[in-house]
Design a protein around this ligand. Sequence first.
Ligand code: GLA
Length: 388
Amino acid sequence: MVNAEELASRFQKVFPGEVARWRVRAPGRVNLIGEHVDYNDGFVLPIAMTQALWVLVAPRSDGDIAVHSTAFNQTVTFPTGEPGSPGEPFWANYVRGVAAMLIRRGIRLQGASLLIHSDVPVGGGVSSSAALETGVARALLTAAGQDVPPVELALLCRQAEHEYAHSPCGIMDQFICGLGQADHALLLDCRTQQYEQIPFVLDDAVLMIMNTQVKHELGSSEYPVRQRQCLEGLATLQQKHPGLRSLRDVTPMMLKEAQPEMKPLVFDRCWHVVTEIERTTKAAEALRSNDLEEFGRLMVGSHQSLSQKYEVSCPELDTLVEIARSVPGVYGARMTGGGFGGCAIALVRKSAENALRAAIIDRYNGRYKRPALVYTTKAEDGARVETL
Ligand code: GLA
């Protein structure tokens, strides 16, 4: 957790003589289930997590926006009206992108100094980039005395990621980062952007994150490939069913009927999406009735499908899930986020937490290049601004 005093003293060092007036907290996210379905109009079920990105904000009078990242120990400065084009350093593209989208939306930005510090593991599949976009957006809006409704802000941040970080992501990450609610998971219909907050309070259980600390290069290049494969499958299905708008409208039965006309790989990709959307609505139902056993089974089904049909897992994630499944008292486990490294999650009885930690030390650490980092998390609020 970030210590408020340390943060304030970092701010003083980077921006001597300036006084921070606001502090923004923008959380990372853990998707409980509903993976690789947001860009297919499906349902997702994420929470805003404990680990977060913080922004300290001070108004400044010279009309510039200066942004310092503690992770990179770098400051980037640009005039309020001219955020510049994407380039180096890469992290600043998220900042420039958000500023550019706010300007496009008609917001008159005001001069501000921002210090950014994050606890959200970068490349961990827990949305460090959405936390950065949302945190910066809220910081710039606050300094300008403006506001944008949260759903619109999520769309705007996603657009910044598309145009400035060249990542064709779906809507899940920016949405949960802005709209998360403590002790709730958010069931989001990615087609209509309607959502329901479902209580997610674990009395006798705990949500654990197991971070492989690996990020396979493949990740960023395979993501658009998966999107294209989904579209290819959809196009085949549309020949039979011209009314279909996305894989969201497809049932497993319809998909099976179209199987002979599809490449096996494309069928597998679509099968994951169609069944994952079903699993997610069932998981939401299990959560509503507090049925963690069923929820855990659905998590395992999700992981198997992501690993075997969608092929976005990796040996490290598969091993962690396998280890977790073998520990008595673990309801279920799965990779979370885009995949190809990053984090797996496990839903665990409190009494089994230590056994899982021990099993990971025993059977994972040493076998791979880096040990797994294991921590617990819970559902927290989405991005919030505090006046200091
Ligand atoms: C990344 C993207 C999200 C989503 C997930 C997979 O995190 O940013 O939009 O597609 O992958 O579920």
